[in-house]
Design a protein around this ligand. Sequence first.
Ligand code: BEZ
Length: 274
Amino acid sequence: MTSDYSQNPQFSLQSLELLAPAGNNDWDSDLYQDKHAFVWQYGEDLLKLLNPKPGEYILDLGCGTGQLTEKIALAGAEVMGIDSAPAMIEKAKQNYPHLLFNVADARSFQVDQPLDAVFSNATLHWVKEPEDAIACVYQALKPGGRFLAEFGGKGNIQAIAQALYTALEAVGIAAQTLNPWYFPSIGEYATLLEQQGFNVAYGILFARPTALAEKEAGMANWLQMFASAFLAELSPEQQTQVISQIEQSLKPTLYSESTWTADYKRLRILAFKI
Ligand code: BEZ
């Protein structure tokens, strides 16, 4: 494998539109990698369901800093990771220089060789045009190819989001208009997949409370990393006020033994191209 696509014509992206996605795409890849490792650590469970086989061509959609892409490669598959955030791809290439990574948007990517599988962990809740992403995945797969995704589903981070909206309203910000997240139900996402022509084989929505690193600072760090779209408009003083109000209101339910827990709900779905 090589990171120079021109040397691997078997597996390349074609006609890429490097669209700036809606919302904040300016990720701090060091902070992501060092303080939010749970994102891919939980994803390892999903890899068992993917069951990558030697020689299969697999796309890791929303690869972040590349940890799961590498696991897929270690199973012997030919894998490429794509992510819309240039900083993530830069870090992924540094981490795994022998693997293929590229900046690409979930709503507009194309591959020039049909794939055996598209895998996506903790990404699709950022894609508010799900039909576009599903159409790209469909186009990228061979007939019979599989699409396995896990992301935030209906009810995801409900308590955190509610506390965030309330705290923002208190400083005069209408939070809903800034919302960068998409948390569908099984029925909603399965319907979109079927409308595209997929057979949906499996879907589950489950609570996965997730302990945040960094002890007392865990919730503030999470908000700064993942809720930056809401905080960007605020002055530093307002940010401090909003974060501390959120912490106060969530402390009774999401903080215990010096650890914050995020109230994640995951939607896991497996579908096959007919
Ligand atoms: C999630 O993984 O469910 C998630 C992460 C950041 C923001 C929203 C949801």
